[in-house]
Design a protein around this ligand. Structure first.
Ligand SMILES: [Zn+2]
Ligand SMILES: [Zn+2]
Ligand SMILES: [Zn+2]
Ligand SMILES: [Zn+2]
Length: 206
């Protein structure tokens, strides 16, 4: 049974041909490479793809070559985003179900969905040795990522947008991953200097 969706608020306009906000959709969505189900708050059909907005924040692109999975009930035991379910039910998007799915709010989800090294002009290093062309090591997560020249008024080379690799640096207790830059040490760290301090009594980071 479809669930009512809210107006998208951002994105789309009645002036753009072929662009329509959806008024109803499935209860749960899961991205093609996502381990968790989420709940849609709104959706806009653009000519080339459908863009879902999730209750927990991010947008999910739904296109022919990478379709989003849809479900009214999630398969048994599969994790469901607790933020999405809490907000959707709190907002009265539909009836509170008799049984709730396996709600998850995992530390993994606490990590930023995109690496702070994404699109940063100083958070990568080209590997030593023969020219690797357009590949660099991300200083924030350690992964090898593609580099691209972004034009615009900056005109700089930076790492492409990517999900954080397993070596993602810990978030600053104050600013999380919001202001990660290349520090004077040459390593990635928060602009406040938290990552630069030697690990000493109390704050517990290495
Ligand atoms: Zn969610
Ligand atoms: Zn990275
Ligand atoms: Zn900053
Ligand atoms: Zn900080």
């Amino acid at each position: 049974m479809p669930v009512a969706l809210l107006p998208p608020v951002t994105g789309g306009s009645y002036r753009s041909p072929g662009t329509v906000p959806l008024t109803s959709g499935p209860r749960y969505l899961r991205g093609p490479r996502n381990g968790m189900w989420h709940r849609p708050r709104a959706a806009v059909q653009y000519p080339e793809r459908l863009v879902w907005t999730l209750w927990c924040g991010p947008a999910m692109f739904d296109q022919a070559d990478q379709p989003v999975l849809r479900a009214d009930e999630t398969p048994d035991g599969q994790p469901v985003c607790g933020t999405c379910v809490g907000r959707a039910l709190g907002a009265g998007q539909d009836e509170v179900p008799a049984t709730l799915p396996a709600l998850t709010f995992s530390p993994r989800w606490l990590a930023p969905p995109r690496c702070p090294g994404s699109r940063s002009w100083d958070l990568y290093e080209r590997p030593a040795g023969p020219a690797h062309g357009s590949v660099g090591a991300c200083l924030a997560c350690g992964d090898l990522v593609a580099l691209r020249a972004f034009r615009g008024w900056h005109g700089y080379v930076s790492a492409v947008e990517h999900v954080p690799g397993p070596g993602l640096l810990p978030g600053c207790p104050f600013r999380a991953w919001k202001h990660i830059h290349r520090r004077p040490s040459g390593r990635a760290g928060c602009v406040c200097g938290w990552h630069d301090e030697p690990p000493a009594g109390g704050n517990g980071h290495a």
